[in-house]
Design a protein around this ligand. Structure first.
Ligand SMILES: O=C(O)C(=O)CO
Length: 315
């Protein structure tokens, strides 16, 4: 085993090497970006804190199967994976509800300034009642814009609608028939950005979405708007977000994802009261992580056996 190995999510996965006919093939379980630990078996290396450096540089020719404990696969060198014909298992669907719940929690915590309130209670800042103290923004009667109405996006929209959201806008590559369920209006991105009181980013990280939320984007948002990102950190230009937050261009932001992860403790975003940063815990419920672990183990085993995986990435 590689000296770089740090153990181990999930413990259920034990078959990492297997003889198939004359050949020994290798497989590994990878956590998502910044996930903290990597199972390494000779063919695959991680750096000292367990983050994968690069599959193309580190994996050996025997690597046939990868099982990632995530729905996202932007942490893997897909071009190289395709070139080598490596099969990839992932964990869609099973984390949708947990991630949507976390998004709603983060949105409410950010808009209603819960972290600031908790600090004030502890540090004695809570004195007499003051009409405008710790006021924030409510969902009732608001316009919510979801960027990327995929599996998780629609689950977020479904949960937000009952808060009294008046208009639900969404943008993305195509209009979705299932958007009717939340009375979703498919609009150009610019319309969504300028008309929404809450902008929720729930799209995949692709070359098109990388850096999408930049200076130009934030300049179109309302000064009272709340920005939430639970997709991938690289969708956001963090320097531009910092400027938008510190100058009052937008009201506040809640991020469950950053670049890098973990975000260094001296990062400028962490100096702002109007920015709530979570440590990428979208899918972190006990039951969801258990189901993800089981699914990724089954993906891995199926990959090693050469049978259909329960959830195989098609590319
Ligand atoms: O599984 C993933 O890719 C996630 O980031 C869920 O939070």
């Amino acid at each position: 085993m590689s000296p770089n190995c740090r153990f181990l999510v999930p413990t259920a996965v034990v078959f990492v090497r297997r003889r198939v006919g004359e050949r020994m093939i290798s497989a590994c379980v990878v956590p998502k970006h910044g996930g903290g630990s990597v199972m390494v078996w000779g063919c695959f290396a991680g750096d000292t804190d367990g983050t994968i450096i690069s599959i193309d540089l580190c994996s050996g020719p025997n690597l046939k199967v990868i099982s990632t404990l995530s729905v996202g696969f932007d942490h893997m060198a897909m071009d190289e994976i395709k070139k080598r014909g490596v099969r990839v298992g992932y964990t869609p669907d099973v984390l949708t509800d947990a991630t949507a719940e976390l998004t709603v929690a983060l949105l409410l915590a950010t808009a209603r300034r819960l972290p600031e309130g908790v600090v004030e209670v502890k540090n004695g800042g809570w004195s007499t009642w003051k009409p405008l103290w710790l006021c924030g923004y409510g969902l009732s009667g608001s316009t919510v814009g979801v960027i990327g109405l995929g599996r998780i996006g629609i689950a977020i929209a479904r949960r937000l609608k009952p808060f009294g959201v008046k208009r639900l806008l969404y943008s993305g590559r195509t209009a979705k028939s299932y958007a009717a369920e939340v009375e979703g209006e498919y609009v150009p991105l610019d319309t969504l950005v300028s008309e929404s009181d809450f902008v929720v980013v729930s799209c995949a990280l692709t070359p098109e979405t990388q850096g999408l939320c930049n200076k130009d984007f934030f300049s179109k948002m309302k000064n009272t708007a709340v920005f939430i990102n639970t997709s991938r950190g690289a969708v956001v230009n963090q320097e531009d977000l910092y400027q938008a937050l510190s100058s009052g261009q937008i009201a506040c932001a809640g991020l469950d994802v950053t670049t890098p992860e973990p975000l260094p403790t001296d990062h400028p975003l962490l100096t702002l009261d109007n920015c709530v940063v979570l440590p990428h815990i979208g899918s972190a419920t006990y039951s969801t992580r258990g189901i993800m672990a089981e699914l990724s183990a089954n993906n891995l085993l199926a990959g090693l056996q050469g049978t259909d995986m329960p959830s195989e990435l098609k590319f």
